[in-house]
Ligand binder design. Structure first.
Ligand code: PHE
Length: 448
C-alpha cells in the first residue's frame, strides 16, 4: 500500500499549488506556442479552449473525485471503486494506462527539461547577448546536433527529478511553487510587454485570435484535444493520485476552475510573448519544438536587463518543468514500490533509470536516429503523438465515463454540490458532451 494513502493535504491551498505545479510546465510555455504556430493559429486556439472547457474541466473533476473516493493510488482506486459498485474489473485499465502514460511522457519531457537547463547556463555565460536570429538559431541547431550535449542535460534533469522524488520531499516543493508561479506570471507579462514594443503585436493578436476556419481539420482538432489533456496533466492518474489526498471539504469544481484559469492564462501569455518576436524577425511559425528556444533568446539578447531576465526566465521554466516531471515520476514509483519488494529509494532509481534510458532514444531522434522512423515518426514524435493523441484521451474518457455512468448519480451530484439546473448541466456535459467529444475528435481525425 502506498505510504501516503491516508495522508491529506495540509490545506486546500497546498492542494491547489500541487495541482497547478503539475499542470503548469513545458506544456504551457514550450508546447502550446509551437503547436499554435504549426496548426494554423487561432483555429487551433479556439478548438483548444473548447476542449479545455467541455472536456478538460469535467475530466479533471472526475479524476479528482475518483482519487478522493478511492483514497489510494490510481490503480487500486479504480479496482476498489469498480469492485464496490459491482462493475467490470477491467476498469482498472484506466489506472494502468495512466502509469504507462506517465512513464512514456517523462522520457521525452526530460529531454526538453534538459534544453531549458542548458539555456539557463547559456544565459549566465552570455551565449545569446547581441545575437541576431541566425546566431540564436545556430546555437539551437548546434545543441540539437550534439548527442553528448543533449545527453548531458537530459541526465542532469533526470538526476534532479530522481533526487527529489527519492527523498520524498515532493511536498516541500509547494512553498517553492507558491513563489515561482507568480514570478513566472510576472515574467511572462514583461515578455508580452516587450512583444508590444516590436511593432508586430497586432499581427500576433490576430494570428492567435482571428480564426481562419478553413484551417480546421481532423488533425488540428486532435492536436488541440491532445494538448488540452497534456497541459492539464489529465489521463495519467496524476490528478487521481492528488485527489486521493483530498479532504471532503474541498470544492472540486471551484478548484478545477482556478487551476484551469491559471494554466490556460499562462499558455496564452506564452503565445502573446512569442508570436510578436516571430513576426518581427521573420521567423518560421512552423519551427516546431525549437520555437521558444529560437525566439525568446532573441528578445532577451536585445532588451535592457535581458541577461538577467533571460536567466530568470529559463530558471523558472526549468523549475516549472521539474514540478511537472516530479508529478510524472511519482505514480511510476508508487506502482513499482507497491508491486515489488523494492524500497522507495531503489524503486525511484529503477523507474528513473528506465525513463532515462528511453529518453536517450528520444534525444537521438534529433541527430543520429533522425532517419529511424516507426510508423513514419521518429522516437521523440512517436512518444509524444502516442501519449497526447491516443493514450491520454482514452484514459480520460475512461475516467469520465466511469464517474458519469457507473458511480451513483445522486452521490456524485452531492459531492460536487450540484442541484437543479447545475446538476442537469453537469449531467449533460459529463455524460454526453465530454465523452462524445473525445469520440468525435477521434473519428474526425480518422476520417480526415
Ligand atoms: N501538464 C504538464 C505541462 O503542461 C505536463 C504533464 C503532463 C505533467 C502530464 C504531468 C502529467 O507541462
Amino acid at each position: 500500500m502506498s505510504k501516503l494513502v491516508h495522508a491529506q493535504w495540509s490545506s486546500k491551498m497546498t492542494f491547489v499549488l500541487a495541482a497547478a505545479g503539475s499542470a503548469v510546465g513545458l506544456g504551457n510555455i514550450w508546447k502550446f506556442p509551437y503547436m499554435v504556430g504549426e496548426s494554423g493559429g487561432a483555429a487551433f486556439v479556439l478548438v483548444y479552449l473548447l476542449c479545455i472547457a467541455l472536456i478538460g474541466l469535467p475530466i479533471l473533476v472526475a479524476e479528482w473525485l475518483i482519487g478522493r473516493r478511492g483514497q489510494e493510488n490510481p490503480i487500486n482506486a479504480m479496482s476498489e471503486l469498480s469492485r464496490r459498485g459491482g462493475h467490470l474489473p477491467a476498469w482498472v485499465l484506466v489506472g494502468v494506462s495512466g502509469v504507462l502514460g506517465a512513464f512514456l511522457i517523462l522520457s521525452f519531457y526530460s529531454v526538453i527539461g534538459g534544453w531549458s537547463l542548458s539555456y539557463t547556463l547559456g544565459s549566465i555565460t552570455g551565449t545569446f547577448s547581441g545575437q541576431d536570429a541566425d546566431g540564436v538559431g545556430g546555437v539551437f541547431t548546434g545543441m540539437l546536433g550534439s548527442p553528448a550535449t543533449l545527453l548531458l542535460w537530459h541526465t542532469v534533469f533526470m538526476v534532479l527529478v530522481i533526487g527529489i522524488v527519492a527523498r520524498g520531499v515532493t511536498k516541500g516543493l509547494e512553498g517553492a511553487v507558491r513563489t515561482m508561479m507568480p514570478a513566472l506570471v510576472i515574467l511572462m507579462l514583461v515578455l508580452v510587454g516587450y512583444g508590444m514594443t516590436t511593432g508586430h503585436f497586432g499581427e500576433a493578436l490576430s494570428f492567435m485570435f482571428r480564426p481562419d476556419w478553413g484551417a480546421i481539420n481532423g488533425e488540428v482538432v486532435l492536436a488541440a484535444m491532445g494538448q488540452a489533456f497534456f497541459t492539464l496533466s489529465l489521463g495519467m492518474g496524476i490528478m487521481m493520485a492528488y485527489g486521493s489526498y483530498l479532504g471532503e471539504e474541498v470544492n472540486l469544481l471551484g478548484t478545477a476552475r482556478t487551476v484551469i484559469l491559471l494554466d490556460t492564462g499562462i499558455a496564452l501569455l506564452a503565445g502573446l510573448a512569442i508570436f510578436p518576436i516571430v513576426f518581427a524577425n521573420g521567423l518560421d511559425l512552423d519551427s516546431g519544438p525549437g520555437l521558444i528556444f529560437v525566439t525568446l533568446p532573441l528578445a532577451f539578447g536585445n532588451m535592457t536587463g535581458g541577461t538577467l531576465l533571460g536567466l530568470m526566465f529559463f530558471l523558472l521554466l526549468t523549475f516549472a518543468a521539474l514540478t511537472s516531471a516530479i508529478s510524472l515520476l511519482e505514480p511510476v514509483v508508487e506502482f513499482v514500490e507497491e508491486r515489488t519488494p523494492l524500497s522507495r529509494v531503489v524503486a525511484t532509481l529503477v523507474s528513473g533509470l528506465a525513463v532515462w534510458a528511453l529518453g536517450i532514444l528520444a534525444l537521438l531522434s534529433f541527430n543520429l536516429l533522425s532517419e529511424f522512423l516507426i510508423l513514419g515518426y521518429n522516437v521523440f514524435d512517436l512518444l509524444d503523438t502516442f501519449t497526447s493523441k491516443i493514450l491520454l484521451p482514452l484514459t480520460g474518457l475512461g475516467a469520465i465515463v466511469f464517474v458519469a455512468w457507473c458511480l451513483d448519480r445522486q452521490s456524485v451530484a452531492a459531492e460536487l454540490n450540484l442541484s437543479g439546473g447545475s446538476e442537469s448541466l453537469w449531467l449533460v456535459v459529463a455524460r454526453y458532451v465530454a465523452p462524445l467529444g473525445v469520440v468525435a475528435v477521434f473519428l474526425h481525425s480518422l476520417l480526415g
